[in-house]
Design a protein around this ligand. Structure first.
Ligand code: RAM
Length: 485
Protein backbone atom coordinates (compact mmCIF):
# COMPACT_ATOMS: atom_id res chain seq x y z
CA UNK A 1 0.00 0.00 0.00
CA UNK A 2 1.30 3.45 -0.88
CA UNK A 3 1.13 5.45 2.34
CA UNK A 4 1.85 8.79 0.68
CA UNK A 5 -1.13 8.50 -1.65
CA UNK A 6 -3.34 7.08 1.08
CA UNK A 7 -2.69 10.08 3.33
CA UNK A 8 -3.59 12.42 0.48
CA UNK A 9 -6.89 10.55 0.13
CA UNK A 10 -7.56 10.64 3.86
CA UNK A 11 -7.12 14.42 3.84
CA UNK A 12 -9.97 14.70 1.32
CA UNK A 13 -12.57 12.79 3.37
CA UNK A 14 -15.84 14.53 2.48
CA UNK A 15 -18.45 15.82 4.90
CA UNK A 16 -21.71 13.93 4.59
CA UNK A 17 -24.77 16.14 4.25
CA UNK A 18 -27.72 14.85 6.26
CA UNK A 19 -31.40 15.47 5.55
CA UNK A 20 -34.18 13.94 7.60
CA UNK A 21 -37.05 12.64 5.53
CA UNK A 22 -40.30 12.27 7.43
CA UNK A 23 -42.80 10.29 5.37
CA UNK A 24 -46.46 11.23 5.58
CA UNK A 25 -47.50 8.13 7.52
CA UNK A 26 -49.79 8.33 10.53
CA UNK A 27 -48.95 6.32 13.63
CA UNK A 28 -50.14 2.73 13.31
CA UNK A 29 -51.57 0.38 15.85
CA UNK A 30 -50.29 -3.08 15.06
CA UNK A 31 -50.57 -6.69 16.13
CA UNK A 32 -49.10 -10.03 15.09
CA UNK A 33 -49.21 -10.56 11.31
CA UNK A 34 -49.86 -6.90 10.43
CA UNK A 35 -47.87 -5.30 7.65
CA UNK A 36 -47.30 -1.65 6.80
CA UNK A 37 -45.49 0.01 3.93
CA UNK A 38 -43.79 3.36 4.22
CA UNK A 39 -43.15 5.35 1.07
CA UNK A 40 -40.33 7.87 1.44
CA UNK A 41 -41.48 9.61 -1.73
CA UNK A 42 -38.10 9.21 -3.44
CA UNK A 43 -35.01 6.99 -3.35
CA UNK A 44 -32.64 7.81 -0.48
CA UNK A 45 -29.57 6.37 1.20
CA UNK A 46 -29.37 6.49 4.97
CA UNK A 47 -30.65 5.40 8.35
CA UNK A 48 -34.15 4.50 9.50
CA UNK A 49 -35.73 5.14 12.89
CA UNK A 50 -39.20 5.07 14.49
CA UNK A 51 -40.90 5.06 17.89
CA UNK A 52 -42.65 2.11 19.50
CA UNK A 53 -45.21 2.52 22.26
CA UNK A 54 -47.83 0.39 23.99
CA UNK A 55 -51.57 0.87 23.44
CA UNK A 56 -53.53 -0.44 26.42
CA UNK A 57 -51.05 -2.57 28.32
CA UNK A 58 -47.29 -2.43 28.62
CA UNK A 59 -45.68 -4.68 26.00
CA UNK A 60 -44.05 -7.24 28.29
CA UNK A 61 -41.95 -9.10 25.70
CA UNK A 62 -39.84 -7.90 22.76
CA UNK A 63 -41.68 -6.86 19.63
CA UNK A 64 -40.20 -8.82 16.75
CA UNK A 65 -40.37 -7.09 13.38
CA UNK A 66 -39.35 -8.07 9.89
CA UNK A 67 -38.14 -4.94 8.08
CA UNK A 68 -37.50 -4.91 4.37
CA UNK A 69 -35.98 -2.00 2.43
CA UNK A 70 -36.86 -1.75 -1.25
CA UNK A 71 -35.37 0.47 -3.91
CA UNK A 72 -38.40 -0.01 -6.18
CA UNK A 73 -42.08 -0.85 -5.78
CA UNK A 74 -41.63 -4.13 -7.60
CA UNK A 75 -39.21 -5.31 -4.90
CA UNK A 76 -41.99 -5.08 -2.32
CA UNK A 77 -43.61 -8.13 -3.86
CA UNK A 78 -40.36 -10.11 -4.08
CA UNK A 79 -39.85 -13.02 -1.76
CA UNK A 80 -36.25 -12.72 -0.64
CA UNK A 81 -36.35 -16.29 0.71
CA UNK A 82 -36.64 -17.53 -2.90
CA UNK A 83 -33.43 -15.78 -3.97
CA UNK A 84 -31.17 -17.95 -6.16
CA UNK A 85 -28.50 -15.61 -7.47
CA UNK A 86 -24.74 -16.10 -7.30
CA UNK A 87 -23.97 -13.05 -5.15
CA UNK A 88 -24.37 -13.39 -1.41
CA UNK A 89 -27.99 -13.17 -0.28
CA UNK A 90 -26.94 -11.00 2.65
CA UNK A 91 -26.95 -8.02 0.26
CA UNK A 92 -30.74 -8.25 0.19
CA UNK A 93 -31.90 -5.50 2.49
CA UNK A 94 -33.92 -7.26 5.19
CA UNK A 95 -33.69 -7.55 8.96
CA UNK A 96 -35.45 -9.20 11.83
CA UNK A 97 -35.25 -6.83 14.78
CA UNK A 98 -36.39 -7.11 18.36
CA UNK A 99 -37.65 -3.90 19.92
CA UNK A 100 -37.24 -4.45 23.64
CA UNK A 101 -38.56 -1.21 25.11
CA UNK A 102 -40.93 1.59 24.22
CA UNK A 103 -39.33 4.69 22.80
CA UNK A 104 -37.18 5.56 19.82
CA UNK A 105 -35.56 2.72 17.86
CA UNK A 106 -32.72 3.54 15.49
CA UNK A 107 -31.65 0.89 13.05
CA UNK A 108 -27.84 0.97 12.94
CA UNK A 109 -27.19 -0.09 9.33
CA UNK A 110 -27.35 2.08 6.21
CA UNK A 111 -29.93 1.26 3.53
CA UNK A 112 -30.82 2.35 0.00
CA UNK A 113 -34.57 2.59 -0.32
CA UNK A 114 -37.72 4.31 -1.34
CA UNK A 115 -40.10 1.82 0.31
CA UNK A 116 -39.87 0.24 3.76
CA UNK A 117 -42.06 -2.70 4.64
CA UNK A 118 -42.59 -3.67 8.28
CA UNK A 119 -44.24 -6.97 9.21
CA UNK A 120 -45.00 -7.91 12.80
CA UNK A 121 -43.57 -11.37 13.49
CA UNK A 122 -44.42 -11.64 17.20
CA UNK A 123 -45.67 -9.46 19.99
CA UNK A 124 -47.51 -10.19 23.23
CA UNK A 125 -49.75 -7.09 22.96
CA UNK A 126 -50.90 -4.42 20.54
CA UNK A 127 -48.43 -1.59 20.07
CA UNK A 128 -48.06 1.64 18.11
CA UNK A 129 -45.35 2.58 15.62
CA UNK A 130 -44.92 6.28 14.88
CA UNK A 131 -42.39 9.02 14.09
CA UNK A 132 -40.93 7.23 11.09
CA UNK A 133 -37.80 9.05 9.95
CA UNK A 134 -35.10 8.40 7.41
CA UNK A 135 -31.81 10.28 7.89
CA UNK A 136 -30.55 10.53 4.31
CA UNK A 137 -26.81 10.99 3.70
CA UNK A 138 -24.78 12.04 0.69
CA UNK A 139 -21.62 13.98 -0.05
CA UNK A 140 -23.32 15.54 -3.08
CA UNK A 141 -24.45 19.07 -2.31
CA UNK A 142 -27.67 19.53 -4.26
CA UNK A 143 -27.46 23.31 -3.88
CA UNK A 144 -24.26 23.24 -5.95
CA UNK A 145 -26.02 21.68 -8.93
CA UNK A 146 -26.88 24.24 -11.59
CA UNK A 147 -30.33 24.18 -13.20
CA UNK A 148 -29.66 24.81 -16.85
CA UNK A 149 -32.48 25.14 -19.33
CA UNK A 150 -33.17 21.71 -20.79
CA UNK A 151 -35.80 22.44 -23.40
CA UNK A 152 -36.87 18.84 -24.02
CA UNK A 153 -39.21 17.51 -21.28
CA UNK A 154 -38.06 13.95 -21.64
CA UNK A 155 -34.39 14.91 -21.33
CA UNK A 156 -35.18 17.12 -18.34
CA UNK A 157 -36.79 14.18 -16.58
CA UNK A 158 -33.89 11.87 -17.45
CA UNK A 159 -31.42 14.45 -16.15
CA UNK A 160 -33.34 14.72 -12.87
CA UNK A 161 -33.20 10.97 -12.31
CA UNK A 162 -29.53 10.84 -13.29
CA UNK A 163 -28.62 13.57 -10.79
CA UNK A 164 -30.56 11.68 -8.11
CA UNK A 165 -28.64 8.51 -8.99
CA UNK A 166 -25.30 10.25 -8.67
CA UNK A 167 -26.30 12.00 -5.45
CA UNK A 168 -27.20 8.72 -3.77
CA UNK A 169 -23.96 7.07 -4.88
CA UNK A 170 -21.83 9.96 -3.58
CA UNK A 171 -20.82 8.97 -0.09
CA UNK A 172 -17.32 8.79 1.43
CA UNK A 173 -16.25 7.74 -2.06
CA UNK A 174 -18.09 7.48 -5.35
CA UNK A 175 -19.78 4.16 -4.55
CA UNK A 176 -20.93 1.90 -7.36
CA UNK A 177 -24.30 1.22 -5.77
CA UNK A 178 -25.49 2.10 -2.28
CA UNK A 179 -27.48 -1.13 -1.92
CA UNK A 180 -24.85 -3.62 -3.01
CA UNK A 181 -21.05 -3.69 -3.31
CA UNK A 182 -20.87 -0.19 -1.79
CA UNK A 183 -17.28 0.20 -2.80
CA UNK A 184 -15.15 2.19 -5.15
CA UNK A 185 -14.71 0.69 -8.62
CA UNK A 186 -12.54 2.33 -11.25
CA UNK A 187 -14.97 1.91 -14.14
CA UNK A 188 -17.82 3.40 -12.15
CA UNK A 189 -15.60 6.20 -10.84
CA UNK A 190 -14.73 7.26 -14.37
CA UNK A 191 -18.38 7.80 -15.28
CA UNK A 192 -19.43 9.31 -11.97
CA UNK A 193 -16.59 11.80 -12.14
CA UNK A 194 -17.64 12.84 -15.64
CA UNK A 195 -21.22 13.47 -14.51
CA UNK A 196 -19.91 15.22 -11.39
CA UNK A 197 -18.03 17.84 -13.44
CA UNK A 198 -21.37 18.94 -14.91
CA UNK A 199 -23.45 18.68 -11.73
CA UNK A 200 -22.17 18.55 -8.14
CA UNK A 201 -18.61 19.72 -8.89
CA UNK A 202 -17.27 17.86 -5.90
CA UNK A 203 -13.81 17.68 -7.43
CA UNK A 204 -12.24 16.93 -4.05
CA UNK A 205 -14.13 13.64 -4.02
CA UNK A 206 -12.73 12.73 -7.44
CA UNK A 207 -9.22 13.59 -6.20
CA UNK A 208 -9.76 11.44 -3.12
CA UNK A 209 -10.83 8.46 -5.21
CA UNK A 210 -7.89 8.83 -7.59
CA UNK A 211 -5.50 8.89 -4.63
CA UNK A 212 -7.18 5.85 -3.11
CA UNK A 213 -6.58 3.82 -6.25
CA UNK A 214 -3.00 5.05 -6.47
CA UNK A 215 -2.55 3.67 -2.94
CA UNK A 216 -3.65 0.12 -3.86
CA UNK A 217 -1.41 -2.93 -4.24
CA UNK A 218 -0.69 -3.85 -7.86
CA UNK A 219 -0.66 -7.55 -8.78
CA UNK A 220 2.44 -9.34 -10.09
CA UNK A 221 1.74 -7.96 -13.59
CA UNK A 222 1.69 -4.41 -12.24
CA UNK A 223 -2.06 -3.71 -12.52
CA UNK A 224 -4.06 -2.02 -9.79
CA UNK A 225 -7.21 -3.84 -8.67
CA UNK A 226 -10.57 -2.81 -10.14
CA UNK A 227 -12.00 -2.00 -6.71
CA UNK A 228 -11.07 -1.09 -3.17
CA UNK A 229 -12.61 -0.54 0.25
CA UNK A 230 -11.62 2.34 2.47
CA UNK A 231 -13.95 2.14 5.47
CA UNK A 232 -13.36 1.10 8.23
CA UNK A 233 -9.93 0.11 6.92
CA UNK A 234 -8.24 0.48 3.59
CA UNK A 235 -8.32 -2.80 1.66
CA UNK A 236 -6.93 -3.23 -1.82
CA UNK A 237 -9.27 -5.23 -4.08
CA UNK A 238 -8.57 -8.65 -5.53
CA UNK A 239 -9.98 -8.56 -9.07
CA UNK A 240 -7.58 -7.21 -11.67
CA UNK A 241 -9.56 -5.77 -14.55
CA UNK A 242 -7.21 -4.35 -17.15
CA UNK A 243 -9.77 -2.06 -18.75
CA UNK A 244 -10.53 -0.64 -15.31
CA UNK A 245 -6.81 -0.13 -14.60
CA UNK A 246 -6.58 1.86 -17.84
CA UNK A 247 -9.72 3.82 -16.99
CA UNK A 248 -7.93 5.04 -13.89
CA UNK A 249 -5.49 6.77 -16.22
CA UNK A 250 -8.44 8.07 -18.24
CA UNK A 251 -10.04 9.41 -15.06
CA UNK A 252 -6.86 11.26 -14.18
CA UNK A 253 -6.74 12.82 -17.65
CA UNK A 254 -10.43 13.78 -17.39
CA UNK A 255 -9.71 15.31 -13.98
CA UNK A 256 -6.95 17.45 -15.43
CA UNK A 257 -9.11 18.46 -18.41
CA UNK A 258 -12.00 19.55 -16.17
CA UNK A 259 -10.07 21.19 -13.36
CA UNK A 260 -6.76 22.30 -14.88
CA UNK A 261 -5.16 21.01 -11.66
CA UNK A 262 -1.69 20.33 -12.99
CA UNK A 263 -0.18 19.73 -9.57
CA UNK A 264 -2.49 16.81 -8.75
CA UNK A 265 -2.06 15.38 -12.21
CA UNK A 266 1.72 15.35 -11.87
CA UNK A 267 1.55 14.04 -8.31
CA UNK A 268 -0.50 11.06 -9.50
CA UNK A 269 1.24 10.61 -12.82
CA UNK A 270 3.73 7.98 -11.54
CA UNK A 271 0.77 5.77 -10.57
CA UNK A 272 -0.85 6.30 -13.98
CA UNK A 273 2.44 5.63 -15.71
CA UNK A 274 2.81 2.35 -13.85
CA UNK A 275 -0.50 1.21 -15.38
CA UNK A 276 0.62 2.21 -18.87
CA UNK A 277 3.89 0.34 -18.37
CA UNK A 278 2.02 -2.74 -17.15
CA UNK A 279 -0.18 -2.54 -20.26
CA UNK A 280 2.82 -2.09 -22.55
CA UNK A 281 4.37 -5.25 -21.05
CA UNK A 282 1.15 -7.15 -21.78
CA UNK A 283 1.24 -6.23 -25.48
CA UNK A 284 1.99 -9.44 -27.42
CA UNK A 285 4.06 -10.18 -30.53
CA UNK A 286 1.24 -8.99 -32.82
CA UNK A 287 1.09 -5.66 -31.02
CA UNK A 288 -2.24 -6.39 -29.31
CA UNK A 289 -2.90 -5.98 -25.60
CA UNK A 290 -3.47 -9.48 -24.28
CA UNK A 291 -4.85 -10.64 -20.95
CA UNK A 292 -2.14 -12.33 -18.88
CA UNK A 293 -2.84 -14.96 -16.22
CA UNK A 294 -4.25 -13.47 -13.08
CA UNK A 295 -5.80 -10.57 -14.99
CA UNK A 296 -9.21 -10.05 -16.49
CA UNK A 297 -11.28 -7.45 -18.35
CA UNK A 298 -14.78 -6.21 -17.66
CA UNK A 299 -16.23 -4.22 -20.65
CA UNK A 300 -19.88 -5.16 -19.89
CA UNK A 301 -22.01 -7.78 -18.16
CA UNK A 302 -23.13 -9.12 -21.54
CA UNK A 303 -23.20 -12.94 -21.18
CA UNK A 304 -20.47 -14.79 -23.11
CA UNK A 305 -18.86 -11.60 -24.36
CA UNK A 306 -15.31 -12.01 -25.69
CA UNK A 307 -13.35 -8.96 -24.66
CA UNK A 308 -10.03 -8.92 -26.48
CA UNK A 309 -10.90 -6.39 -29.20
CA UNK A 310 -12.74 -4.06 -26.85
CA UNK A 311 -9.89 -4.18 -24.35
CA UNK A 312 -7.40 -3.20 -27.01
CA UNK A 313 -9.74 -0.31 -27.86
CA UNK A 314 -9.67 0.84 -24.24
CA UNK A 315 -5.87 0.79 -24.44
CA UNK A 316 -5.89 2.98 -27.55
CA UNK A 317 -8.44 5.35 -26.04
CA UNK A 318 -6.28 5.72 -22.93
CA UNK A 319 -3.08 6.27 -24.90
CA UNK A 320 -4.80 8.91 -26.99
CA UNK A 321 -6.12 10.88 -24.01
CA UNK A 322 -2.89 10.60 -22.07
CA UNK A 323 -0.71 11.57 -25.01
CA UNK A 324 -2.81 14.71 -25.47
CA UNK A 325 -2.52 15.77 -21.85
CA UNK A 326 1.22 15.02 -21.67
CA UNK A 327 1.81 17.00 -24.83
CA UNK A 328 -0.08 19.96 -23.41
CA UNK A 329 2.11 19.77 -20.31
CA UNK A 330 5.24 19.48 -22.46
CA UNK A 331 5.99 16.24 -20.63
CA UNK A 332 8.82 14.08 -21.93
CA UNK A 333 6.61 10.95 -22.01
CA UNK A 334 4.23 12.40 -24.63
CA UNK A 335 6.41 11.18 -27.48
CA UNK A 336 6.46 7.60 -26.19
CA UNK A 337 2.68 7.63 -25.80
CA UNK A 338 2.17 8.79 -29.37
CA UNK A 339 4.55 6.12 -30.66
CA UNK A 340 2.74 3.37 -28.74
CA UNK A 341 -0.60 4.70 -29.92
CA UNK A 342 0.35 4.57 -33.56
CA UNK A 343 1.75 1.04 -33.45
CA UNK A 344 -1.21 -0.24 -31.39
CA UNK A 345 -3.59 1.30 -33.93
CA UNK A 346 -1.81 -0.29 -36.89
CA UNK A 347 -1.85 -3.64 -35.09
CA UNK A 348 -5.59 -3.29 -34.43
CA UNK A 349 -6.37 -2.74 -38.07
CA UNK A 350 -4.12 -5.61 -39.05
CA UNK A 351 -5.21 -8.23 -36.50
CA UNK A 352 -8.64 -7.25 -35.19
CA UNK A 353 -10.32 -6.19 -38.39
CA UNK A 354 -11.78 -8.76 -40.77
CA UNK A 355 -11.15 -7.40 -44.27
CA UNK A 356 -13.70 -9.57 -46.09
CA UNK A 357 -16.57 -8.77 -43.77
CA UNK A 358 -15.28 -5.28 -43.03
CA UNK A 359 -16.05 -5.74 -39.33
CA UNK A 360 -14.10 -5.90 -36.13
CA UNK A 361 -14.13 -9.63 -35.60
CA UNK A 362 -11.08 -11.76 -35.04
CA UNK A 363 -10.17 -15.36 -34.24
CA UNK A 364 -8.61 -13.89 -31.12
CA UNK A 365 -12.21 -13.34 -29.93
CA UNK A 366 -13.53 -16.54 -31.47
CA UNK A 367 -14.81 -14.47 -34.42
CA UNK A 368 -17.49 -13.10 -32.16
CA UNK A 369 -19.34 -10.04 -33.44
CA UNK A 370 -20.33 -7.42 -30.87
CA UNK A 371 -21.31 -3.80 -30.50
CA UNK A 372 -18.69 -3.65 -27.77
CA UNK A 373 -15.82 -4.38 -30.17
CA UNK A 374 -17.08 -1.86 -32.73
CA UNK A 375 -17.59 0.87 -30.14
CA UNK A 376 -14.18 0.50 -28.58
CA UNK A 377 -12.41 0.37 -31.94
CA UNK A 378 -14.15 3.66 -32.81
CA UNK A 379 -13.30 5.20 -29.45
CA UNK A 380 -9.74 3.99 -29.94
CA UNK A 381 -9.60 5.84 -33.25
CA UNK A 382 -9.00 2.76 -35.43
CA UNK A 383 -11.82 3.86 -37.77
CA UNK A 384 -13.61 7.14 -38.08
CA UNK A 385 -15.72 9.20 -40.47
CA UNK A 386 -18.18 7.41 -42.76
CA UNK A 387 -16.44 4.08 -42.25
CA UNK A 388 -16.84 4.38 -38.49
CA UNK A 389 -20.52 5.29 -38.85
CA UNK A 390 -21.13 2.29 -41.07
CA UNK A 391 -19.33 -0.07 -38.70
CA UNK A 392 -21.26 1.23 -35.71
CA UNK A 393 -24.64 1.10 -37.45
CA UNK A 394 -23.98 -2.42 -38.74
CA UNK A 395 -23.08 -3.64 -35.29
CA UNK A 396 -26.10 -1.99 -33.67
CA UNK A 397 -28.55 -3.25 -36.29
CA UNK A 398 -27.23 -6.72 -36.97
CA UNK A 399 -29.21 -9.61 -35.55
CA UNK A 400 -25.91 -11.51 -35.09
CA UNK A 401 -24.07 -9.05 -32.86
CA UNK A 402 -23.97 -9.11 -29.08
CA UNK A 403 -25.51 -5.96 -27.60
CA UNK A 404 -24.75 -3.96 -24.43
CA UNK A 405 -26.68 -4.84 -21.30
CA UNK A 406 -25.54 -2.19 -18.84
CA UNK A 407 -25.96 1.58 -18.86
CA UNK A 408 -22.16 1.56 -18.44
CA UNK A 409 -21.63 0.10 -21.91
CA UNK A 410 -24.46 2.15 -23.39
CA UNK A 411 -22.55 5.22 -22.21
CA UNK A 412 -19.67 4.26 -24.47
CA UNK A 413 -22.00 3.66 -27.42
CA UNK A 414 -23.15 7.25 -27.03
CA UNK A 415 -19.58 8.50 -26.63
CA UNK A 416 -18.73 6.74 -29.90
CA UNK A 417 -21.69 8.42 -31.61
CA UNK A 418 -20.53 11.85 -30.48
CA UNK A 419 -17.00 11.04 -31.64
CA UNK A 420 -18.42 10.22 -35.09
CA UNK A 421 -20.39 13.48 -35.17
CA UNK A 422 -23.76 11.75 -34.69
CA UNK A 423 -24.96 14.15 -32.00
CA UNK A 424 -28.65 13.90 -32.80
CA UNK A 425 -28.62 10.13 -33.01
CA UNK A 426 -26.72 10.01 -29.73
CA UNK A 427 -29.36 12.04 -27.92
CA UNK A 428 -32.15 9.93 -29.43
CA UNK A 429 -30.38 6.79 -28.29
CA UNK A 430 -30.00 8.23 -24.79
CA UNK A 431 -33.66 9.29 -24.71
CA UNK A 432 -34.83 5.84 -25.78
CA UNK A 433 -32.66 3.78 -23.44
CA UNK A 434 -32.74 5.83 -20.23
CA UNK A 435 -36.28 7.02 -21.03
CA UNK A 436 -37.44 3.40 -20.93
CA UNK A 437 -36.28 3.26 -17.29
CA UNK A 438 -38.14 6.50 -16.55
CA UNK A 439 -41.25 4.83 -18.02
CA UNK A 440 -40.81 2.13 -15.38
CA UNK A 441 -41.06 4.89 -12.74
CA UNK A 442 -37.34 4.86 -11.97
CA UNK A 443 -36.34 7.26 -9.17
CA UNK A 444 -32.73 6.33 -9.93
CA UNK A 445 -31.16 4.46 -12.83
CA UNK A 446 -30.48 0.73 -12.72
CA UNK A 447 -27.28 -1.29 -12.77
CA UNK A 448 -28.36 -3.46 -15.71
CA UNK A 449 -31.23 -2.91 -18.07
CA UNK A 450 -32.39 -4.55 -21.28
CA UNK A 451 -35.61 -2.95 -22.51
CA UNK A 452 -38.35 -5.57 -22.61
CA UNK A 453 -36.46 -7.98 -20.34
CA UNK A 454 -37.34 -6.79 -16.83
CA UNK A 455 -35.94 -9.93 -15.21
CA UNK A 456 -32.44 -9.69 -16.64
CA UNK A 457 -29.68 -9.92 -14.07
CA UNK A 458 -25.94 -10.43 -14.48
CA UNK A 459 -26.02 -12.39 -11.24
CA UNK A 460 -28.70 -15.01 -11.89
CA UNK A 461 -31.48 -13.31 -9.94
CA UNK A 462 -32.98 -9.88 -10.45
CA UNK A 463 -33.56 -9.39 -6.73
CA UNK A 464 -29.85 -8.70 -6.17
CA UNK A 465 -29.58 -6.07 -8.94
CA UNK A 466 -28.76 -2.60 -7.75
CA UNK A 467 -31.47 -0.16 -8.80
CA UNK A 468 -29.46 2.96 -8.07
CA UNK A 469 -26.19 2.42 -9.82
CA UNK A 470 -23.41 4.93 -10.28
CA UNK A 471 -22.43 4.04 -13.80
CA UNK A 472 -25.96 4.83 -14.99
CA UNK A 473 -25.78 8.53 -14.14
CA UNK A 474 -24.07 9.85 -17.28
CA UNK A 475 -27.15 11.19 -19.09
CA UNK A 476 -26.52 14.32 -17.00
CA UNK A 477 -23.05 14.56 -18.49
CA UNK A 478 -24.29 14.24 -22.07
CA UNK A 479 -27.38 16.41 -21.61
CA UNK A 480 -25.60 19.22 -19.76
CA UNK A 481 -22.62 19.15 -22.06
CA UNK A 482 -24.44 18.90 -25.38
CA UNK A 483 -28.14 19.68 -24.99
CA UNK A 484 -28.42 22.68 -22.70
CA UNK A 485 -28.48 26.40 -22.86
C1 RAM B 1 -20.31 -5.10 -10.28
C2 RAM B 1 -20.69 -3.72 -9.91
C3 RAM B 1 -19.73 -2.62 -10.29
C4 RAM B 1 -18.88 -2.98 -11.46
C5 RAM B 1 -18.32 -4.34 -11.37
C6 RAM B 1 -17.41 -4.75 -12.51
O1 RAM B 1 -19.96 -5.83 -9.17
O2 RAM B 1 -21.92 -3.53 -10.51
O3 RAM B 1 -20.44 -1.48 -10.57
O4 RAM B 1 -17.91 -2.02 -11.67
O5 RAM B 1 -19.38 -5.24 -11.30
Amino acid sequence: MNEYYLQKAVAELPRLIETTVTPAVESKTLFRGDRIIIDLGDHYVGYFSFRMNWVDLYVDAPVRLYVKFCETKRELEDDFAAYQGRLCASWLQEEVINVDFPGEYRMPRRYAARYIEITVKSTPKRFVLSDFAFRAVTSGDVSAVASPVIANDRLREIDRVAVNTLKNCMQRVFEDGPKRDRRLWTGDLRLEALANYYTFRNDGLVRRCLYLFAATEPNDKGFFPGFLYEDPVFVSGSWYLMDYALLLVVSLCDYYRHTGDRETFLDLYPAAKSQMEAAARAVDGEGILSIPNGCDAFIDWCPDLRKGIALHGVYLYTLDLLAGVLQELSHADAEMCFTRLESAKTAAFEHLHNKEENRFVSPRDGDQYSVHSAVWMILGGVVDGKEGVRILHDALKSADSLKPVTPYMHHYVIEAMFKLGLAEEAMDYLRDYWGAMVDLSADTFFEAFIPGQPDFSPYGDRMINSMCHAWSCTPSYFIRRYACR
